[in-house]
Design a binder for this molecule. Structure first.
Ligand SMILES: [Zn+2]
Ligand SMILES: [Zn+2]
Length: 447
């Protein structure tokens, strides 16, 4: 290994914009030029780092505008229509959330409203508020704050999960009524595609740089700190604020372990009533039937829709449990500074974070059924107390995953400062992958 002097000399030749730190393992790396369509991945943990900046904002602007128009239209039409014995009912997205409130489930109504209406609308109007003035070369107040907010809210927009919930509701209702898919269903499907394309066409680093109105200091020679919001590398102790976006700087997420444990314990306690109490109560002429999550899965299975039964079982029963178990394992492993299979533990964290939101599917199934089946005295569906506990489990496990800092996994493998120096990073990589060729000071580039 090179001496500390050589190391700082070498780093002084690089500016902050040429360096980056992997958000998942903390390895410091030098940016490499990418070809068209290529994406840079971390040389150590394989996490995605950055793509090729397009240099033009027309594409994301056009896609975000189109997605927003589709979203507004989707809110004007029903998602599903239902006909049974001469009675007709239909429900639009907003109505569905409000119907839950009418049946006394304000908490769940709020959660559904937030994840399917408020966040998607805020995200897209936020993108337009940030990009349109940038394109025109003008500045509007609060653009930087809005862009930060978009990043933080991204995992909470759940239209694609809602659509899966609508599919399950459709299958559940098909035996008792004639179900007609409404216009909103197709519009929301197109919205999901366009909004994914908008995210893919945005190059966050490019936008952060355009938005920054402060001078972006050089990396210097001291230890570096990665901004949690914009990813900029700033010298530690620079009055604690990111020179690019102004967010508070922390070497690791503050109180990561304590916050994750607290959220996780609360989620584990609520997991019990979430599975034991009914999430849905159906009242019909034949009597009243209360359904838990598991009995809902059994119903789908015996009615012949086994693929959907498997999807719901996986999303609603397995995913929350696996999330709880994986996060407990990750937390114990970083607290005990295990060196065992750091790469696999990082992958486990990545999957945990990715699949968590799909557990919301059962909440959306209940939402659609409550909205459509209010055909008293023939039949009516209401949400049960289990739905509140289940919704809380999903939210708490998502927050726990967000609070956990995966870089803590790698901190146990090397002296804490080594992560923040190019040479230390390379040495750590050689130790982790003894048979790999010495890493170039850069990234694994994959197309
Ligand atoms: Zn990494
Ligand atoms: Zn920043």
């Amino acid at each position: 290994m090179m001496s500390a002097d050589c190391l700082s000399n070498q780093r002084q030749q690089l500016s902050s914009s040429e360096l980056l730190s992997c958000p998942e393992c903390g390895l410091l790396q030098r940016r490499v030029a990418l070809g068209r369509g290529q994406v840079a991945h971390c040389g150590r943990c394989g996490g995605e780092l950055y793509g090729v900046p397009s240099g033009n904002l027309d594409r994301p602007l056009a896609l975000a505008s189109a997605a927003l128009i589709l979203f507004v239209l989707a809110n004007c039409f029903p998602v599903l229509g239902l006909d049974v014995k001469g009675r007709h009912a239909e429900a639009a997205l907003l109505e569905a959330a409000l119907q839950l409130r009418t049946s006394g489930m304000s908490l769940i109504a709020g959660l559904v409203l937030f994840t399917t209406v408020v966040i998607p609308a805020m995200e897209l109007s936020g993108v337009l508020y940030v990009l349109a003035p940038l394109k025109l070369g003008v500045r509007l107040p609060g653009q930087l704050t809005v862009y930060k907010l978009i990043h933080r809210l991204e995992p909470w927009g759940m239209i694609e999960v809602f659509l899966l919930g609508v599919m399950v509701a459709l299958v559940k209702l098909a035996h008792m009524a004639v179900i007609t898919p409404g216009w909103a269903l197709w519009l929301l499907g197109a919205f999901v595609v366009l909004s994914a394309a908008t995210s893919a066409s945005l190059h966050p680093d490019e936008i952060w740089s355009r938005l920054a109105d402060r001078p972006q200091a050089d990396a210097g020679s001291g230890p570096l700190c990665r901004c949690h919001d914009c990813g900029w590398l700033a010298p530690e102790g620079d009055r604690g604020l990111c020179p690019r976006c102004g967010s508070e700087l922390h070497r690791r997420k503050p109180d990561s372990i304590a916050r994750s444990w607290a959220l996780l314990i609360a989620a584990a306690l609520l997991y019990i009533p979430a599975n034991l109490l009914p999430v849905m109560v159906t009242t019909s002429l034949g009597g009243t039937q209360a359904d838990t999550i598991l009995s809902g899965v059994v119903y789908l299975w015996v009615s012949g829709s086994w693929p959907l039964a498997l999807v719901v079982f996986f999303a609603s029963v397995m995913v929350p449990m696996l999330k709880l178990v994986s996060l407990v394992l990750l937390l114990i492993s970083v607290q005990r500074r295990w060196q065992w299979r750091a790469l696999d533990r990082t992958r486990l964290y990545r999957i945990t974070e990715l699949v968590g939101r799909w557990s919301m599917v059962d909440i959306f199934v209940v939402t659609m059924l409550v909205a459509l089946v209010q055909l008293r005295p023939l039949a009516s569906v209401d949400a049960g107390p289990g739905a509140v506990a289940f919704g809380a489990v999903v939210v708490l496990t998502m927050l726990a995953a967000e609070a956990f800092d995966p870089r803590l996994i790698w901190d146990a493998l090397q002296p804490s400062d080594a992560t923040l120096s190019p040479e230390g990073g390379r040495a750590a990589m050689a130790a982790q992958f003894p048979h790999a060729s010495p890493a170039p000071a850069g990234n694994g580039v994959r197309s």
